[in-house]
Ligand binder design. Structure first.
Ligand code: FA5
Length: 335
């Protein structure tokens, strides 16, 4: 037993040394201390041991599990610090010769804010299947909600993801509960283009699963996020919304910062921009991710990152962001 526990620890340390990104560490974490890991198997075998063995091995097994968790968490922390230093160094060096795309700047800002709140950044595939993009999200075939997002279907029976929500069930399957993730990423829709609609744009999914989560937690996260991004109070409104994967659902709109809410082509003269829909995760979605809805609940939101960049930098037409016009993009510097 001691030998096996020691070798589990050693192997964990060895595999961590090869991790360069947070996502790699999370994979190793799930392999070594996740629900289906060997240490959890050993831990659950304790109950079938004789009293004598329980006494002999109980604390050893528990301590090893804690040590392994600490090893992973410490590694994750040092990796994040390291990444931050690298990023800052690059900035110092590059700041006069180049600039970042406004969506990249805003994505970094939002993920930094969410990281401070304990969210982990994860990613998912841009080419996905119908199961994760629709069915696992409580949108069966022929459900009218499929028409809400015009989908690019591919020849290989896959599709280009229409939203980052496809990562919800993937993450639940992989990491289980509790869970606190955010997923910035590119999404695709067969849309008619106008000042606020692109066919290729960025969203950021957020999801928290735990015991006793309420809509107030979601609103708290939204308030904090918007305050930090805009460095000022921005007028927002909440409306009831509909998404098959959340119940209840809402839409959060932001007063159009291009026209100050008076009405302009960007907001289609409404004075408002749809920015962050969300709601409480539907029990069917938790079940699809292997999570017991009797024990856990949670919230999810789908922030329109490209639209957030437009509001923050007062960009009145979304199409310039994919234009690749460096003369325009050079105007954006990190502050
Ligand atoms: C969704 O995509 C849901 N997956 C969001 C969600 C996640 C709801 C989790 C509940 C829980 P929607 O289609 O409204 O919802 O898109 C979300 C945001 O993406 C919009 O509010 C908007 O800010 C942005 N968006 C949508 N379509 C476009 C487009 N064509 N161009 C630019 N931004 C867009």
């Amino acid at each position: 037993m001691e030998e096996e526990l020691n070798s589990l620890k050693e192997n964990l340390e060895k595999e961590l040394k090869n991790c360069e990104k947070e996502a790699d560490v999370l994979n190793v974490k799930s392999k070594y201390v996740g629900k289906k890991s060997r240490i959890m198997e050993i831990l659950s075998s304790l109950k079938d041991m004789t009293v004598e063995d329980k006494r002999k091995y109980g604390s050893l097994i528990n301590n090893t599990k804690k040590e392994m968790e600490n090893i992973v968490n410490n590694f994750l922390e040092s990796l994040n610090t390291q990444l931050k230093i690298d990023f800052d160094d690059t900035l110092d060096f590059d700041v006069n010769v180049g600039s970042m795309h406004p969506v990249t700047i805003v994505a970094k800002e939002v993920t930094d804010i969410l990281k401070k709140m304990g969210f982990t950044i994860v990613s998912g595939p841009e080419m996905d299947n119908e199961f994760y993009n629709f069915e696992a999200l409580n949108i069966p075939k022929d459900h009218p909600a499929r028409d809400m997002q015009d989908t690019f279907y591919l020849d290989n029976s896959m599709l280009l993801r229409t939203h980052t929500s496809g990562v919800q069930v993937r993450a639940m399957e992989k990491y289980g509960a509790p869970l606190r993730i955010c997923v910035p990423g590119r999404v695709f829709r067969n849309e008619d283009l106008d000042a606020s609609h692109e066919n290729t744009f960025f969203q950021l999914e957020g999801m928290v699963i735990d015991e006793n989560i309420s809509i107030e937690n979601l609103i708290g996260v939204m308030q904090e996020l918007l305050r930090e991004v805009f460095h000022q109070d921005v007028l927002v409104r909440l409306r009831p919304g509909f998404f098959p994967f959340t119940e209840p659902s809402y839409e959060l709109d932001c007063s159009c910062l291009i026209c100050g809410g008076k009405g302009c082509p960007t907001c289609k003269n409404s004075g408002w921009i749809e920015l962050i829909p969300g709601g409480m995760v539907h029990p069917n979605v938790l079940r699809a991710g292997g999570i017991d809805p009797e024990k856990y609940n949670g919230f999810a939101f789908g922030l329109g990152l490209t639209r957030l960049a437009m509001m923050k930098y007062k960009i009145n037409d979304i199409r310039v962001l994919n234009s690749g016009d460096i003369r325009y993009l050079e105007n954006f510097k990190i502050n």
